[in-house]
Design a protein around this ligand. Structure first.
Ligand code: UTP
Length: 293
């Protein structure tokens, strides 16, 4: 097992599926119940033992920067008002100054391009990449599940995808499997159904060998005319190699409105203080719908 210390969070995409909300706020700041998506991602990284956080932002993401900084005025007000529970909840969002950094991607040229910008900050060690809009509901943090099986090759999270959705994913070509670990022959970005080498699509969690930076350098744009991280990993199969990891858990694409709504429902039903009231409300709504039908 190789220790991973650093995580990269690319949050510089346009988030067009969430316009107009994302006109002024990045989608990673949208709340799932009462915490922004980025907080779930940071918590998942922490659960895997990661203690350095690198955010790739576009211009004008001051909300994200303010979120991780300390809000002394608000903390003082909560303290003076005796609101200790809220104060503690707020303080848990603060990151220590020396543990996080921001790097700017001036134009959204693709996930691969975004990751390539972190070379100096990551240095010559393996690191994690987390796409915060892929929220995963799991008994054990997915990155921690992956870190336990990580031995230095690139590792990407995978999940079985229905054939009518497969062409929206990067898809893995599996040579053989050992438990949840898939030894890969290759990766294909957004194949047609009949060209898909397996039913396993790539999900937004990666543990990467630093050789990825050499592959990203000078890489030509791929699908969607963007510099694709998947293409760089595929080109490195002959190098450190790549494993897929079929994680335990349920993933929600919170970059899409439908996925975000589903995640909100599932996470609300998980919360003890919300569950009963929320269930009653859902039942009433469903009854109204069936009466109207
Ligand atoms: P998406 O493929 O979801 O793209 O990016 P998007 O632009 O954010 O959203 P839509 O499709 O327009 O609605 C996957 C992840 O990669 C980041 C995004 O912020 C998201 O976390 N990303 C993507 C970058 O940081 N830079 C890029 O150039 C592209």
């Amino acid at each position: 097992m190789t220790r991973i210390r650093k995580a990269v969070f690319p949050v510089a995409g346009l988030g067009t599926r969430f316009l107009p909300a994302t006109k002024s706020v990045t989608k990673e700041m949208l709340p799932l119940i009462d915490r922004p998506l980025i907080q779930y991602a940071v918590d998942e990284a922490r659960a895997a033992g990661i203690d350095e956080f690198i955010f790739i932002t576009s211009t004008g993401q001051s909300a994200l920067e303010a979120y991780f900084g300390r809000n002394s005025g608000l903390e003082r007000k909560l303290k003076d008002g005796g609101k200790t529970t809220l104060l503690n909840r707020l303080r848990r969002t603060n990151l220590e100054d020396e543990t996080y950094s921001f790097i700017q991607q001036n134009s959204p040229r693709g996930l691969g391009h975004a990751v390539s910008l972190t070379r100096d900050l990551v240095g010559d060690e393996p690191f994690a990449v987390i796409l915060p809009d892929d929220v995963i509901h799991a008994k054990r943090a997915v990155l921690a599940q992956m870190a336990q099986s990580f031995e230095g090759s690139h590792m990407i999270a995978t999940e079985a995808v229905h054939s009518d959705r497969i062409s929206a994913y990067g898809v893995v070509d599996i040579e053989h499997r050992a438990g949840r670990v898939q030894h890969l022959r290759g990766l294909v970005e957004k194949p047609s159904v009949d060209q898909a080498p397996s039913e396993f699509g790539i999900v937004g969690r990666y543990l990467l060998h630093p050789s990825i930076f050499d592959q990203l350098e000078g890489l030509a744009p791929g699908a969607g005319n963007e510099i694709q991280l998947t293409d760089a990993i595929a080109a490195d199969i002959e190098g450190p190699g790549c494993h897929g990891f079929a994680f335990q858990g349920e993933r929600f694409d919170c970059g899409s409105v439908a996925g975000y709504l589903e995640a909100t429902t599932v996470f609300a039903l998980e919360r003890a203080e919300l569950r009963d009231g929320f269930k009653t409300m859902l039942r009433q709504r469903m009854n109204l719908l069936s009466t109207a039908a």
